[in-house]
Design a protein around this ligand. Sequence first.
Ligand code: PHE
Length: 453
Amino acid sequence: MSKSSSNSPGGSLKKAERFSSSGFILAAIGSSVGLGNMWKFPYITGEHGGAAFFLLFIVCLIVVGLPVLLAEMTIGRGGRGNAATSLFNLTGNKYWKWFGALSVLTAFLIMSYYAVVAGWTFQYTLDSLTGGLSHKGMDYEAHFNDFAGGLMPVFWQAVVMLICGYVVARGISGGIEKFNKILIPGFLIILLVLMARSLTLPGAAEGVEFFLKPDFAKLDSESVLVALGHAFFSLSLGMGCMLTYGSYVKKEQSLGKATIAIGIGDLGYAFIAGLIIFPTVFSYGLQPDKGVGLAFMALPAAFSQMPFGAFFGGLFFILLAIAALTSAVSILEVPVAFAMTQWKWSRRKAASIVASVCFVLGIPAALSVTGSLSGFLIFGKTVFDWFDFSTAYLLMPIGGLVVTLFTGYAWKRAGEEAGLAGFWYRAWMVALRYVAPLLILVVLLYSLFVKPV
Ligand code: PHE
């Protein structure tokens, strides 16, 4: 197997790219902690049952998410290829390669709409810091709709693509690892400052209660599906991301420990995000069920009434922007790594071309939220909603299924590569062979035939 040989594009014989141990953990946490934790998690928790939903999410994360996360990283490190070729390298079977290639397509689609939302955070950061979001009597819903309906989101999406393309073009240790090492510690500091602020607001307790005191009557039949889908999204699974990052991990690193660190990191950030958002929203008498608009409508309204609100609002959107960027970089790396091996492109060329294509693909997504394409519906959904739905509820579960079946049934040496034996190996296999595929299948069938969420 191509253990340390690099199929280095352009013919130059470069050393294979690798993360340092801590660099890998930071980059993987950077990938998993993203808009999913800070923007999506709070609003789906608000819509699907508060604390009870949070508990359900934790269960899904542990029972399905972590085993699949370990499987992805193990396949990547064992196969030392991209999302498609790793599966082939380990079995010599070309069909697996095609299944793996599906995740490259998924990454493409996610990147295209993820960069749009990431772009919104840039505008909102600027607006908050310059006081543009704290006019008296401002209608935040109208403001968001106006902004999202204009052309600025396309501009910001281009900026996001440029930044991500640049970081990815600089490679693994000089680009992705460095970027995460700079941003993630700053991220933690801002997070703690904001948490201290929100927990000391008058009436914060009501928000904490909503988030942490479970009332199981609030759960509905969709809650489990949404929780599972979100566990996948939040851990960056089912689209080759952790697999691709895994292919840059050194042999000596423990993947089991990495899994636990990433799981705790992801859950910890979601927990703190909840402790920032719910107390803030409740403290100003707002409702947490604003859907997609929670972060962009309800929160600016709350910040505008708070002392030094422009400052705290600015911090919050910087936080969102950092979370989004460190994730977007990891999404872009999936098709870039694929293009580098598939077409023997240099990293720079692959990064520029892939980022440009994603940019073009993202334009209709950007314009379809409230803009000129918002009336253009395909089976009742806008282009933006299609990107989200087709990836989170169809393609990512399919990608997850491929990983579980591959590791559970097709590849016999997974335990060895993962460094698992005895009880933990058996538990991992039960999760991969039975629990995860079954649950994923239910999600898939439900979203396909019963009710597209
Ligand atoms: N995990 C990221 C988040 O929570 C999103 C993501 C999905 C990143 C898939 C990479 C791959 O926002």
